[in-house]
Design a protein around this ligand. Structure first.
Ligand SMILES: Cc1cc2nc3c(=O)[nH]c(=O)nc-3n(C[C@H](O)[C@H](O)[C@H](O)COP(=O)(O)OP(=O)(O)OC[C@H]3O[C@@H](n4cnc5c(N)ncnc54)[C@H](O)[C@@H]3O)c2cc1C
Length: 630
């Protein structure tokens, strides 16, 4: 598993005071090159997803599974050779705010972004009419995994651009689409999403930025936005800000929000960037991670008002945001997976290089590789199992998005859309929580070196920590699951989902002894989930505080069972390959072991979550805030 990796032996002088004797210390650092996990992705594509079906949809008939795989291989190569090597320098240099209110990105970022644009990578999942490659979202999502693993801070620029493209293609008028989309799809211009304000975070409806209509049909925007990713930078010719604001007389809350295009440079008639708009990045945040991604405080209208163009109709901005929320939340969930994968690659390599202690069964006096210690194996297998569960969850959901969008049968579209809606909070919250847990485990595998910045693994943990917070905190995701998703079709959607998990029992029963504990653990877990869901629906209706108090442990329970279902499907597929003598036998055997580990050692946590979900809100509010301090 060391293939492609490289060992960096660095001699570092400890900073003054850090080492009592002030002497030079020698660190041997195991630094893994990023390797796109093509084998596992192929397994998911070949066994959990129907790539052929996707390629038969009208929109994608020009494609076939082999072409898709070739594009992904080439993208993986590009990302690991061009983008991944900048991850560390991005962390140490960070983006910098300059006195003239420009922002400079770390060394190498401009050239790498240029190469990304020239390769046409940002365009792959968009429509050919705007210069896109016409590939399904499922392909875009794999490329996003690669780039987020390679360099999460860098990846946020194309990711935000994708979000802005999505908004314009669905809700922009024809003229707006013609002006902005070709440049944004190519990546020459980048995009931002401007929702957050000092008093409007989770509660977007509290925003105060104003938009005033002008005689020429444009609007003047004034206000302050905070935390705007890539609000200013030096990698593209123009930045297209999508800004949420209130128009005069707008109703309060989310019903009175409109969405505007506010380009950094107004666009000339010939499509080139022209006069500078009245928008300034006044500062950037100093953060614990994603340091190369500038998180900007944006001031609109300091010189009388930034020119803005209304998207769609007034007061429908929040509704438009909702239409793209699923994509955005899936993408952030994917960041959790991507960082977990990167940290796992590092930890696995380190565990095979670091010798310490003597593992049981090794000759006395021989120093063992730490991978031979059972507790280190437990950590590695936990990481691997969670990663495989997350990956299948996100890719299966992305497939359903493609089907929901492009299938000719309206009932099939509807059924897939319902399942997407149900699974999105799981994808976002569970994958980002696990991103933090798995990157933390990677540090644990390294021991003390994990805590030392030069080893590099702590960056993944620091980078991952934002993902449970933005794009709707995970608390908000849990409330979404319980408050909006469970009641879908009067509980029918979740019932269908639980039914699909129950349906796996019959094939698992036939699969034989190796899968027996997967069957029994899954059956028990889905039983607990079904019971708890019923409790939540009944007691949540009686008093909403019960549902909200139990929402986060419920989301975890739901996620663990969903992961168990997908791991069981992987085990069944692997067993079928072994029975038929097809595929790589070692890979299939490993799949079964990993699924069994998940079922026996991770899934049983579901039982322990039942009490936190069903305890209700009573004790949470039983202590007066004045007495919460010790
Ligand atoms: C690095 C970074 C990049 C970002 N990029 C962007 C960007 O590009 N564009 C953009 O618009 N924004 C961006 N954000 C903002 C981000 O989306 C917000 O930080 C996030 O929505 C949370 O809002 P808040 O920080 O105000 O926290 P708050 O809303 O104050 O939340 C604080 C805590 O209270 C909880 N809470 C709040 N309301 C409720 C409720 N009703 N019920 C239960 N719990 C609740 C939250 O879950 C959280 O735990 C970014 C933020 C960061 C740090």
């Amino acid at each position: 598993m060391t293939g492609g990796g490289r060992i960096v032996v660095a001699t570092l002088t400890a900073p003054a005071g850090a080492c009592a004797a002030g002497r030079a210390r020698v660190y041997r650092l195991g630094v893994a090159d990023y390797r796109p996990p093509l084998t596992d992705i192929s397994f998911v594509h070949d066994n959990l997803i129907d790539l052929d079906q996707i390629c038969r949809l009208d929109t994608f008939q020009h494609l076939d599974p082999d072409t898709i795989k070739a594009v992904l291989e080439e993208n993986g190569r590009f990302v690991s050779e061009v983008i991944a090597p900048l991850n560390r320098i991005g962390d140490t240099q960070g983006s910098q705010h300059q006195p003239d209110n420009t922002v400079t990105t770390p060394d190498g970022f401009i050239a790498a972004y240029q190469a990304y644009v020239e390769g046409g990578w940002g365009a792959v999942p968009f429509e050919p009419e705007y210069g896109g490659g016409g590939f399904p979202w499922l392909v875009g999502i794999v490329m996003q995994e690669f780039i987020s693993s390679a360099n999460m801070a860098f990846s946020m620029c194309p990711l935000l651009t994708q979000g802005a493209i999505d908004m314009l293609r669905h809700h922009g008028d024809e003229a707006q689409r013609e002006i902005y989309l070709p440049k944004m799809v190519s990546g020459e211009w980048t995009g931002t999403m401007n929702l957050t304000e000092p008093e409007a975070g989770s509660d977007v409806g509290a925003l105060r930025t104003k938009a005033v209509p002008q005689d020429d049909g444009t609007w003047r925007i004034t206000g302050t936005k905070i935390f705007i990713s890539f609000g200013e930078h030096d990698m593209a010719d123009n930045i297209v800000h999508l800004v949420l604001a209130r128009t005069p007389g707008a109703p309060p809350g989310t019903k009175g929000i409109s969405c505007f295009i506010v380009p950094k440079f107004l666009v000339n008639d010939d499509g080139t960037p022209g006069e500078r708009n009245d928008v300034t990045c006044v500062s950037i945040e100093h953060k614990m991670g994603i340091k190369a991604s500038p998180t900007c405080v944006m001031s609109y209208g300091e010189a009388g008002g930034a020119v803005g163009y209304l998207i769609g109709e007034e007061n429908r901005g929040m509704r438009y945001m909702f239409t793209m929320m699923n994509n955005a939340r899936l993408s952030v969930g994917l960041e959790g997976l991507a960082l977990a994968e990167r940290a796992y690659q590092d930890a696995l390599q380190y565990a095979q290089e670091r010798r310490q202690g003597t593992a049981p069964g090794s000759p006395a006096g021989e120093s063992s590789f730490i991978i031979d210690h059972p507790d280190v194996r437990r950590m590695l297998l936990t990481m691997k199992a969670y990663i495989e569960a997350m990956r299948s969850l996100i890719y299966v959901t992305a497939e359903r998005m493609d089907v929901a969008l492009s299938h000719p049968d309206a009932d099939v579209r509807q059924a897939n859309q319902e399942q997407v809606e149900l699974l999105i909070p799981i994808c976002k919250a569970w994958s980002t929580d696990l991103g933090v847990e798995v990157t933390s485990l990677a540090i644990q595998v390294y021991g003390g070196m994990g805590y030392v910045e030069e080893a590099g693994v702590s960056q993944h943990f620091r980078d991952a920590r934002i993902t449970p917070i933005y794009e709707g905190t995970n608390g908000i995701q849990a409330m979404d699951l319980v408050g909006r998703k469970l009641p879908q079709r009067a509980g029918g959607v979740v019932e269908d989902f639980l039914g699909a998990i129950h349906d796996l029992d019959a094939p698992l029963a036939k699969a034989g002894d190796d899968l027996a504990s997967i069957r029994s653990n899954l059956a028990e877990a889905v039983g607990v989930l079904t019971e708890t869901t019923t409790w939540l629906m009944e007691n949540g209706l009686a008093d909403v505080r019960n549902a909200l108090a139990g929402a986060t442990p419920y989301l975890r329970m739901f996620s663990l069972v969903t992961g168990g279902w997908l791991m069981a499907r992987q085990a069944l597929a692997a067993q079928a390959h072994l029975d038929a003598g097809t595929g790589d036998a070692a890979l299939m055997a490993a799949k079964i072991v990993t699924a069994r580990f998940y079922a026996e050692q991770l899934l049983p946590a579901v039982k322990g979550l039942q009490s936190p979900v069903t305890s209700g809100f009573g004790d949470l509010f039983a202590i007066d805030p004045a007495h919460l301090a010790g």
